[in-house]
Design a protein. Structure first.
Length: 225
């Protein structure tokens, strides 16, 4: 049995993984969902690396969305990391930024919907969250998630990744076929250059681990096997 460390993305929190945690625990794994500060990617990386350092034994690290940047950097050189799983996530090469990758593969309409608060942190309006981030969730659940967004620093779009951990360990990838936050073409390209074992979930939104938990659990369990 492995440790499984779940790393959420921007405008989110650890409850993003509520749909997959019970099944992973039922399979006998020790599961930890990180709660990142979302104040910067380096701050998020530090938090996740600190958690990694507390886990004894082989560990599968799973990242969603901007969590792909976080796990790519936090897991680099960590001796207990057995494998990585990217779920509708950025999978950067060294020197790449989220903004650059988005521009390369085409920004989606949601890119114009993010709003900044007076502290320079971004969210989506609750209606836009439902429409773009979680359109395949029951509306009640989507609105709960919209109400609990974690405002995130806008600087993370230009932050350049260090050398990524995916070059060092076996990697899996879940492509959300109807993602309206990260272009599915970008997700597929990241998965291909990683040489990741890839699962495409057609019709799935950016909230794929909540709308299609069984398929995501299957991928994580494969990475832990």
């Amino acid at each position: 049995m492995a440790n499984i460390l779940l790393v959420h993305g921007a405008i989110a929190d650890g409850s993003s993984w509520a749909g997959v945690i019970p099944a992973l625990q039922a399979a006998g794994h020790h599961v930890v969902a990180a709660q990142q500060p979302l104040s910067s990617i380096p701050d998020d990386v530090q938090k996740v690396r600190e958690l990694l350092d507390t886990l004894d034994g082989e560990t599968v690290v799973v990242g969603h969305s901007f969590g792909g940047f976080v796990i790519s950097n936090a897991a680099k050189g960590a001796p207990n990391v057995k494998s990585l799983v990217y779920v509708a996530a950025f999978g950067p090469e060294e020197g790449e930024s989220a903004g650059g990758l988005t521009e390369e593969y085409g920004a989606l309409p949601s890119a114009s919907k993010f709003v900044l608060d007076p502290q320079g942190r971004f969210t989506l309006s609750q209606d836009d969250y439902v429409a773009y981030f979680a359109p395949d969730l029951p509306e009640e659940q989507a609105r709960i998630n919209a109400a609990t967004q974690g405002p995130s620093d806008a600087g993370r779009f230009t932050w350049a990744s260090g050398a990524p951990a995916w070059k060092d360990v076996p990697t899996w990838y879940v492509v959300a076929g109807n993602d309206q936050i990260i272009n599915p073409k970008l997700e597929a390209a990241c998965a291909e250059r990683m040489g990741a074992q890839t699962t495409v979930i057609e019709g799935a939104s950016h909230s794929v681990m909540l709308s299609h938990p069984e398929e995501v659990v299957k991928v994580i369990l494969a990475a832990a096997a």
